[in-house]
Design a protein around this ligand. Structure first.
Ligand SMILES: *Cc1c(COP(=O)(O)O)cnc(C)c1O
Length: 385
């Protein structure tokens, strides 16, 4: 039995449901952020990230910063590209567009390649774009939380290496790390940014990222200084390296309580093979997609190979409105999110299926959600055609 107060299952695409032990590790007594106890915890947590991202290259550099997923975009924009330099932004929804805005804020010049709503840009057009102009970085949203479209990171790196091998490939993995496979070294990624509150299953408040040795070299070879003070790799890299070497170090105070929670979440995730975790998310996602289609509903991500295993964006039937259906779902104990993609925002809802809701055999969140969806739509007057 969970020790948490009774509450509806939070099945939005992050924050997700938390495990009791993860929550309890936040009520740790206060520690000095430079004391030996916390330094050991932080160092171990950074090392565990190497396993989560599947990198054994000692040149790979993990970062854990106080902030949300968005801070990862600042970290990339302020350190890996300089004002006036070009970025190719592959957008599959709201979050790709926002990454482009962040790059612009730091003076970089993003060129956006978009897929149709519910799709993604294809490799031939990506390769064409890369052959026409020199891009310092390519950014891609692994799972765009506004559409549930997943991008093929492995194939993308191969495409980029073929046409423009110097270009860094950076993935926004905020809604994918810890539920979709990411083989950082094998695939040749240069950066993956994420956050604590999505598939990792730790309360919000941490920006988590991994950069390749090549990305760190690119940073060192900058001509201009980092374009941010808090999000500066110059300020944070020695701190992360010291913590990982179990040496106290200070630039700005980290959150010991959140780092304890992340340590617990990662310990749980890494206690079993990652492949098993990815497979479980895939199986549950397949079951959700089948149930949605059995209900006669359409999924925003059109092609099966573009559908993420982290979440499902579901078009509502004609005549059913978000303000009708979400409260009906809530009254049955499940919380879904409304639409986010500008072009279709009022027409669809989002169902996150990540983390303990999927992996904890004592939880029935997903079955409850599918039942609640069926009943709520019927209450809204929907009958399958
Ligand atoms: C949630 C999300 C973000 C933003 O993360 P915050 O923690 O809300 O700042 C960025 N990218 C993707 C793909 C996301 O799902």
């Amino acid at each position: 039995m969970s020790t948490q107060a009774a509450h509806p299952a939070l099945l939005i695409p992050g924050p997700i449901e938390f495990d009791d032990a993860v929550l309890q590790s936040m009520s740790h007594f206060s520690e000095s952020h430079v004391g030996p106890g916390f330094v050991a915890t932080f160092g171990e947590t950074l090392t565990m990230l190497r396993q989560l991202f599947q990198t054994t290259d000692p040149a790979s550099q993990p970062f854990i910063l106080s902030g949300s997923g968005t801070l990862g975009w600042d970290l990339v924009s302020a350190n890996l590209i300089e004002p006036g330099e070009e970025a190719l932004v592959l957008s599959t929804g709201y979050f790709g567009d926002s990454f482009a805005d962040c790059l612009t804020t730091y003076g970089a010049k993003p060129t956006k390649l978009e897929g149709p709503v519910g799709g993604r840009p294809q490799f031939p057009e990506i390769e064409k774009a890369l052959s026409e102009k020199k891009y310092k970085i390519v950014t891609v949203t692994h799972v765009d939380t506004s559409t549930g479209v997943v991008s093929d990171l492995k194939g993308l790196v191969q495409s980029v290496k073929k046409v423009s091998p110097e270009t860094l490939v950076i993935a926004d993995g905020v809604c994918s790390v810890a539920c979709e496979e990411i083989a950082f070294d094998d695939w040749g990624l240069d950066g993956v940014i994420t956050a604590s509150q999505k598939a990792i299953g730790c309360p919000a408040g941490l920006s988590i990222s991994m950069f390749s040795g090549r990305a760190m070299e690119t940073f060192k070879n900058r001509k201009s200084p980092p374009a941010s003070y808090f999000a500066s790799m110059k300020n944070w890299t020695p701190i992360m390296q010291n913590y990982e070497a179990k040496k106290p170090s200070y630039f700005a105070t980290p959150s010991p309580q959140l780092v304890h929670a992340l340590n617990t979440a990662l310990t749980q995730i890494l206690a079993r093979p990652l492949s098993e975790r990815f497979q479980k998310h895939k199986e549950v996602s397949d079951k959700v997609k089948k149930a949605i289609s059995d209900l006669g509903l359409q999924i925003v991500a059109t092609k099966p190979e573009d559908q993420s295993h982290a979440m499902t964006a579901i078009y509502l039937p004609d005549g059913v409105q978000i303000p009708d259906v979400l409260p009906k779902l809530a009254s049955k104990g499940v919380i879904f999110a409304g639409g986010l993609h500008k072009a279709i925002a009022s027409k669809y809802i989002r169902f996150g299926h990540m983390g303990v809701s999927i992996t904890d055999p004592n939880r029935t969140d997903v079955d409850k959600a599918l039942d609640a969806l069926k009943t709520s739509l019927a209450e809204c007057g929907y009958t399958k055609a």
